[in-house]
Write a protein that binds this ligand. Structure first.
Ligand SMILES: O=C(O)C1=C[C@@H](OP(=O)(O)O)[C@@H](O)[C@H](O)C1
Ligand SMILES: C=C(OP(=O)(O)O)C(=O)O
Length: 444
């Protein structure tokens, strides 16, 4: 966002919250749909797209590659380029959007490989933190296929430049334990490589964040491309498939964003209902509701809504493997501050390489509120204090730090807080604090 960011926002206690909230569009779905629609044959009308920093950088990148994006009322018409970006000389800025860079790089490498000419080059850069987020495993995979990638800073990290080189191999192996976005990027690029044999993508080691790969495969299917899946280890894309526009597609509400509202219901009485994602969602983060239920929250589901209310006597601490819900799991850490007993979140090593080192950041800010926190390479344990202390919360330019910690102001144990740099929420939800500060009003 270009508007000036506020230094802080002061949040009072909201003892009781209830209401129904329509979720903004899913970031994960918006940015996949934008890229797939751009690469497809034909025009796609996209409804309910998220408008945030992450989708703006994806839109900006696609426009710089010559893709026509035309607002039509509340929707966006994407002029598909049939697998060939019209412009292959561009300097792209991707902010701190891991999903954008890790899906654009393989797609552009594939298009450069089939349609690039002498002098074509596409560079991708982001903010300083983006340049600390790994991309080496993805580039290794692309290099196995034949891509020519030049590191412009530290090898293994953005910024980088892509040069034309045909992708000829029919097998690629990629590490799965740093980010699932590497596999997503390779899968989405697979149909862009002209070949007469299938492309086989093998995952080395255990794949993390698996539900995001399910989103990828589901959306590729909506755009006419089938992926054959052998467990989570081997993915095959048959030749002769190209993306075709589904005509019109609507983006589900964001299930990671839903976690803040559901937690609000579980902490502040509720019921709080979110609409736009529910039982039928393709997003793995809807399973956050199960984690909240394990803490005692009363959860109900509809096809496209989820509702949460507080249990009699408050939440209870849990010990959970959160690998399948890496983003929404941050919300659990803050719920843990108001629960009875310790909460342990396991298998969350990827937190260390996201918008900030999220294990360190969550630990530091929970301690300020009075909690005892233990942490390991890939886990965190939060033991709540008898009563929370008020504090000034650092947000580390991480939207989820700002949104998750705002929840410590809710309910019987809530305390007033000052949240620093609150507008970092613009990465996925620019209007978050406008909605959050009015949560209590509906129940008053
Ligand atoms: O593919 C996606 O849309 C995402 C995958 C996850 O990343 P990792 O696979 O790096 O855990 C998640 O944290 C991110 O916000 C979005
Ligand atoms: C990790 C996140 O995003 P990304 O990896 O797409 O930057 C997130 O939204 O929490």
């Amino acid at each position: 966002m270009t508007t000036q960011r506020r230094a802080h926002i002061d949040l009072g206690v909201q003892p009781a919250v209830a209401g129904t909230y329509a979720l903004p569009g899913s970031k994960s779905i918006s940015n996949r749909v934008l890229l797939l629609a751009a690469l497809a044959e034909g025009e796609t009308l996209v409804d309910d797209l998220l408008d945030s920093d992450d989708t703006r950088v994806m839109r900006g990148a696609l426009e710089a590659l010559g893709v026509g994006l035309l607002p039509e009322g509340e929707s966006l018409r994407v002029a598909g380029c049939g697998g060939r970006f019209p412009t292959l000389r561009a300097d792209l800025f991707v902010g701190n959007s891991g999903l954008s860079i890790r899906t654009l790089v393989p797609a552009i490498a594939a298009v450069l490989g089939s349609a690039g000419g002498a002098g074509d080059v596409v560079s991708l850069a982001g903010i300083a933190r983006m340049h600390e987020r790994p991309i080496g495993d993805l580039v290794d995979g692309l290099s196995q296929l034949g891509a020519k990638v030049e590191w412009l800073g530290t090898p293994g990290y953005p910024p980088l430049a892509l040069h034309p080189a045909p992708l000829t191999a029919d097998r690629v192996s990629v590490r799965g334990n740093v980010s699932s976005q590497f596999l997503t990027g390779l899968l989405q690029a697979a149909p862009l490589v002209a070949r007469d044999k299938p492309l086989v993508i093998e995952v080395e080691g255990e794949l993390i964040s698996k539900p995001y790969v399910h989103i990828t495969i589901s959306l590729m299917k909506r755009f006419g491309v089938e992926v054959a899946q052998d467990g989570w280890q081997r993915f095959t894309v048959a030749p002769g498939q190209g993306y075709r526009s589904p005509g019109r597609i609507s983006v589900e509400g964001d299930a990671s964003t839903a976690s803040y509202f559901l937690a609000a219901g579980a902490l502040g009485g509720g019921p709080v209902r979110v609409t736009g994602a529910g039982r039928d969602s393709i997003q793995g983060d809807v399973r956050f509701a199960d984690a909240l239920a394990a803490m005692g929250a009363r959860i109900s589901w509809g096809d496209d809504w989820i509702e949460a209310a507080a249990p009699e006597g408050g939440l209870t601490g849990v010990d959970l493997d959160c690998n399948h819900i890496p983003d929404a799991a941050m919300t659990l850490a803050v719920c843990a501050l108001s629960a009875a007993g310790p909460t342990t979140l396991r298998n969350i090593g990827s937190w260390r390489v996201k918008e900030t080192d999220r294990i360190a950041a969550v630990a530091a800010e929970c301690r300020k509120l009075g909690a005892t926190v233990e942490e390991g390479a890939d886990w965190i344990r939060v033991t709540p204090p008898v009563a929370l202390s008020t504090a000034e919360i650092h947000t580390y330019d991480d939207h989820r730090m700002a949104m998750a910690f705002s929840l410590a102001t809710l309910g019987a144990r809530g305390v007033p807080l000052r949240i620093l740099d609150p507008d970092c929420v613009a990465k996925t939800f620019p209007g978050y604090f406008d909605v959050f500060t009015r949560l209590g009003a509906a129940s008053a």
